[in-house]
Design a protein around this ligand. Sequence first.
Ligand SMILES: Cc1ncc(COP(=O)(O)O)c(C=O)c1O
Length: 360
Amino acid sequence: MTEQEINLTRGVPPMEVLPVEEMIIASEAAFNNDGLNLLQYTHAPGYVPLLNLLAERYGVCVDRVFTGNSSLEVLEFIIRILLKPGVRVFVESPSYDRANKLLLRSGADVVGIPLESDGMDLDAFEAELKKGAPTLLYVIPDFQNPMGTTTSEAKRRQIAKWAEEYDFYIAEDAPYRMLRYKGDDIQTFLSIVPERVFHMCSLSKLLAPGLRLGYAIAPAEQVKRLTAWAADTYIGPVGPSQGMVYEYYRMGLFDKNVEKLKKVYAPRLEALEVAARKYIPDAEFPKPEGGFFISLTLPEGNTMDLLLKRAPQVNLKITDGRGFFLNPADGNRFLRIPFCTLSTQEIDEAMRRISSILVK
Ligand SMILES: Cc1ncc(COP(=O)(O)O)c(C=O)c1O
């Protein structure tokens, strides 16, 4: 086997986009300007200059901003303050596997709502609402992980209306929202029903995952609860990361970086659509306008067990699609392709190799 392995399991930024030189400059500025405070214990909800900066960017009062060590940690804190065993939580099906794990770990009754190309199936959503309102909806409205789909504005408005009517919160996980390669932004849940929403974002895909920095914009009284929980857990988040990211923004590097990422990733999305159509014309897949992922629903007759057995034979590493579904059998033909991590040549080759192991 001489072909080089292609890894389709990791939705991480490729090494070549991690801005080491710029971070050296930002960290030098951070330590020069406020080194002592960054090295002392910090306080939840985060480094005040960064909180102020995020508040300004989102056009909200600073008491609505919470930062933590990664957006997964922010989600974990949201879960801790809102959920208890037995309450209902709605998620898209499929959804981000780690988020599903955190939600299930809380003991909540996690209910999957089938995802369509423009967001959740609202008939299924309403049917579940009638069985019992959730305490929380966890949703990735923009360039969903793993599907790549975006929730339409009409669906967002209906779900927002239900959130008010049935009194539930929406955890709007939006780490990919700024990575739009074509088309127009759709209003966030945050802008539609701010009093019901924890809008989460992460620096992992927009700057560097190693910083472990995420944040939420939420109602002030919920930020207070998150802050109390975080303070009791770890006092405050990692100071140097917060200081470096603050300087990175302040120097105007963040928006430039996002523009640079879009230029790198847009052709990769294009290449994946072309290659998928060329090699696996019978596969179904949504047409994302941004983000990190497309997921293919493979032609009938294929199964995950078969694919996982054959993939190593063509030097391909794949993710078991069943992991994204609460009911694993629903993901038996579901293959997530994280296109940002791969070159356009690798994407073409990966699709060719998948095609070669499929049952036609
Ligand atoms: C939807 C979603 N939320 C959160 C994360 C993780 O973000 P962080 O690294 O800030 O925990 C990911 C990463 O893949 C993701 O896809």
